[in-house]
Design a protein around this ligand. Structure first.
Ligand SMILES: Nc1nc2c(ncn2[C@@H]2O[C@H](COP(=O)(O)OP(=O)(O)OP(=O)(O)O)[C@@H](O)[C@H]2O)c(=O)[nH]1
Ligand SMILES: Nc1nc2c(ncn2[C@@H]2O[C@H](COP(=O)(O)OP(=O)(O)OP(=O)(O)O)[C@@H](O)[C@H]2O)c(=O)[nH]1
Length: 441
């Protein structure tokens, strides 16, 4: 299910980073250990009272920039308004209300998104000396916190999660295969969408970054229902390069969050970029299905092994996505374009695949016989029993004698054995290790 997005907006120095780091969660991850994915401060996963959400930092202010602070603040607020479900508007309880606060507040008020006015740097139990001034902003009764001393953070998070959309009701969306089209500007996302939709609803253009804003397009293909989540080009308005990138990255992340399957579109003439790696890593971490589409294949000069070589390079650069099918297409000529939707459907099914417990345990039993589990100081890992706990992504619980004895490489081996029998093509697989006393089957 899609994770809600929470954004922190506020003037420089009010404590956004401090709050971000305070709330930032540690992902529970056992097997996620792959190169090329660096976590930066743009987003993090956080959890409060069983509510998992994505926290985004809408961006710092660059003092060097030619733009005024106010202009940069506007952009921050814009990003927050467009991508977040809940906005934390952070102000400074030591400095009091400023003109910039007033400006930002008036922007945020116009958006139809819940905004939680939060006064930071209230390090004692008393109100900030400026507490009552903030009522002028016409928002909620302000919540007072201290990010550095961790005071009242729980109250703030209570207020945040109270605004999360109730996603129980949306059965229609649950029946759809949700596909996010991601990739750098100008790689051909719009052209691919046009092909899939079979109509010119989406405008294709020659200039990078001219696609319209993110639009969800529901469509059907025979019996199958799909929802296309278009990450769209970056808006022309954004003049600062760093902001453009941040903006498009945040966009892509939130699209991935909502998707079942990601179509990562790569320009054959450019190859895999850093941004592709980041977003692909995020998709992988979040258990989404993945199809890699190499577009503009018509431009490439082909020799005997061109496709093979290209595949090798992509596999190298996106090593942790070894499960993802790669399609070489040309949106221009239409070559192999008809495969895209079939592959998406196939991957969506694999991502939601549940396998029988008996078969699973047979595979693991055989795997253990073929290749002894690791041991340490005379103690050998034992896997007593396995069961599939979840789908989207397929998640397996392994009951073992001692978690510490498990090696990443052995887990990879088990994973490969499972894949050999059941495929799970296009989807990551997760493992959860549970310790259990010997004897109990
Ligand atoms: N007393 C006090 N100081 C705080 C608190 N939270 C943050 N600070 C301090 O305020 C300063 C700014 O904090 P940051 O978290 O860097 O602020 P920011 O809003 O991310 O700043 P920019 O990156 O410039 O936008 C630092 O010196 C923090 O130590 C707090 O709750 N109480
Ligand atoms: N030669 C060739 N050109 C293509 C192909 N697919 C797209 N293009 C061209 O690449 C340019 C960008 O295509 P778009 O579909 O607008 O790319 P986009 O990824 O949606 O771009 P943004 O809207 O900027 O995010 C256009 O000039 C297309 O005509 C292809 O398969 N081969």
């Amino acid at each position: 299910m899609a994770k809600p997005v929470v954004a922190i907006v506020g003037r420089p120095n009010v404590g956004k980073s401090t709050l971000f780091n305070r709330v930032a969660g540690k992902r529970i991850s056992i097997v996620e250990d792959y190169p090329g994915v660096t976590r930066d401060r743009i987003y993090t996963e956080a959890e409060w009272l069983n509510n998992v959400f994505t926290l985004i930092d809408t961006g710092g202010i660059e003092p060097e920039s030619k733009e005024t602070i106010l202009a940069q603040m506007r952009r921050q607020a814009e990003i927050a308004i467009e991508t977040a479900d809940v906005i934390i508007f952070l102000v400074d309880g030591r400095e009091g209300l400023t003109g910039t606060d007033r400006e930002v507040a008036s922007m945020l008020r116009k958006a139809k998104k819940p905004v939680i006015l939060t006064i930071n740097k209230v390090d004692t139990l008393e109100h900030s000396p400026y507490y009552y001034d903030f009522f002028e902003l016409g928002m909620n009764e302000p919540i007072e916190i201290s990010s550095s001393s961790a005071l009242n953070i729980g109250d703030l998070l209570d207020a945040v999660v109270a605004h999360f959309p109730d996603d129980k009701g949306n059965k229609e969306e649950d029946e759809m295969i949700k596909v996010a089209i991601i990739g750098k500007p100008n790689v051909g996302k719009s052209s691919i969408i046009n092909y899939i939709l079979g109509e010119d609803r989406v405008i294709v253009s020659d200039i990078a970054g001219t696609t319209r804003d993110a639009i969800d397009t529901p469509f059907t293909d025979g019996e199958d229902k799909y929802l296309l989540i278009d990450t769209a080009g970056v808006r022309r308005k954004s003049k600062i390069k760093e902001n453009i990138e941040r903006y498009s990255v945040i966009r892509s992340f939130t699209a991935v969050d909502r998707a079942d399957v990601c179509l990562l579109v790569i320009d054959a003439t450019e190859g895999v970029t850093e941004q592709d790696k980041k977003i692909a890593g995020y998709s992988h971490e979040n258990g989404k299905g993945m199809v890699i589409v190499i577009n503009k294949w018509d431009i490439i000069q082909k020799e005997t092994n061109t496709m093979k070589e290209f595949t090798k390079t992509v596999r190298n650069e996106l090593a942790y996505l070894d499960y993802a099918p790669i399609l070489f297409v040309s949106a221009l000529s239409g070559q192999r374009m008809e495969k895209i939707l079939d592959t998406v459907k196939f991957v969506a099914n694999q991502n939601a695949l549940r396998i029988p417990t008996g078969g699973l345990n047979e595979i693991i039993g055989e795997a253990v016989l073929l290749n002894q589990p690791p041991s340490d100081k005379g103690k050998r890992l034992k896997i007593f029993y396995a069961t599939q706990a979840a789908v989207k992504p397929p998640t397996f619980i392994l009951f073992v004698n001692d978690k510490e004895l498990m090696h990443f490489s052995y887990l990879r081996y088990i994973e490969n054995q499972i894949r050999q029998s059941y495929g799970f093509e296009g989807t990551p697989i997760r493992f959860i290790l549970r310790e259990r006393e010997k004897g109990g089957k």
